[in-house]
Design a protein around this ligand. Structure first.
Ligand SMILES: Nc1ncnc2c1ncn2[C@@H]1O[C@H](COP(=O)(O)OP(=O)(O)OP(=O)(O)O)[C@@H](O)[C@H]1O
Length: 330
């Protein structure tokens, strides 16, 4: 019954030497659906995409894309998929047009059709004006759009987007989301990886939360968030030495079970507004830096499942490293 789905993954495993990066990942994506793998750095998202797009052979497990096996029919799989990898692939010294045109020819389109498709996808992504310019002059957002144009030139049925907005500013990120939403409306089945919960929430029909090579939860964003009841109050202190006494006070005075998530005391409550007066009293004498309240987010779901945050332990964003990456300089 693989035909009902555009992507079916079953028990995918990838070992790098003795290290298991992907540990039995399985999911099914319906035709025209946008499915996200949401997880922190190192969770195994890129490795999963690489296996599905036939760039890496699974250690074990299987997957079918448009009912072609990634293990036995890799050539057919490549014809029906488009891939926007994390490490950008466009040639900096060539124009945007040439990058897309060459890609079209590599996919076997004859020259006339390749020109037509190149124009179509560049127009679609609003890159026609910059098409004759060297890619080296493009902004980060334009480069991402060019990569998407390159991945679409052969009209794939399934599109893999690996952290498509990584390192982009908020404006470029939102603009890229509109193109992705548009592609989905056009019927393309999309698998997207991200560690931005907002991105997963806004774009996806369904989300799988992945951590340490395993899918720990799957469903619509609403279904996942419904697992976490109520609201969360976060208390940040000026001096971390007070964290332990504060958690003790909250336990004793308010009967709550606080937890500490990345230096902030977090309290899960049914309703934050009615709790605040009592909380204010309990906080008297503590060096409070900030108090914030949030309704359940996908991040809370991740914290509930793993005890860590999605961005926990992430290196701070290094623009120089990112620039080197997109220029292909290692
Ligand atoms: N070629 C490799 N050799 C050894 N270990 C690897 C290799 N590629 C990835 N890993 C490890 O496998 C794990 C999963 O990596 P992967 O890149 O799939 O994660 P990810 O969720 O995509 O994170 P990121 O967004 O940072 O790429 C990580 O611990 C990573 O260090």
């Amino acid at each position: 019954m693989k035909n009902d789905y555009m992507v079916v993954a079953e028990g995918l495993v990838k070992d790098y030497g003795g290290f298991r990066a992907v540990d039995g990942v399985g999911f099914k994506i319906n035709r025209g659906e946008l499915f996200s793998l949401l997880g922190p750095n190192g969770a195994g998202k890129t490795t999963t995409i690489k296996m599905l797009s036939t760039l890496l052979k699974p250690t074990s497990g299987e997957a079918w894309i448009a009912s072609y096996s990634i293990v036995r029919e890799a050539g057919m799989v490549r014809r029906v998929i488009g891939l926007v990898p994390q490490d950008l692939t466009a040639d900096d010294e060539m124009s945007g047009w040439d990058n897309v045109y060459i890609q079209a020819r590599l996919y076997g389109l004859p020259p006339g059709e390749a020109r037509e498709r190149t124009r179509e996808v560049l127009e679609y992504l609003d890159l026609m004006e910059a098409a004759r310019r060297r890619v080296a002059t493009y902004s980060g957002g334009m480069r991402r759009k060019l990569e998407i144009a390159m991945s679409l030139v052969h009209s794939p049925k399934v599109l893999f987007l690996d952290e498509p907005t990584l390192g982009l500013d908020v404006h470029s990120r939102r603009s890229l989301w509109r193109y992705i939403e548009d592609l989905k409306r056009g019927g393309v089945t999309i698998l997207l990886t991200t560690h931005y919960m907002e991105e997963a929430e806004i774009l996806s029909d369904r989300v799988a939360i992945i951590d340490r090579g395993r899918i720990v939860a799957e469903g619509t964003a609403d279904e996942l968030k419904a697992r976490v009841k109520g609201e969360t109050i976060y208390i940040e202190l000026k001096d971390p030495a007070y964290i332990e006494p504060l958690t003790q006070t909250l336990r004793v005075k308010l009967g709550l079970e606080p937890s500490v998530v990345e230096g902030r005391v977090s309290l899960r409550v049914d309703r934050a507004d009615t709790m605040l007066p009592e909380l204010a009293k309990a906080l008297n004498g503590f060096p409070v830096k900030s108090i914030s309240i949030s309704r359940a987010t996908l991040e809370d779901v991740f914290i509930e499942l793993t005890g860590r945050t999605l961005t926990g332990g992430e290196e701070p964003f290094d623009p120089f490293k990112y620039r080197r990456m997109i220029r292909g300089v290692r």
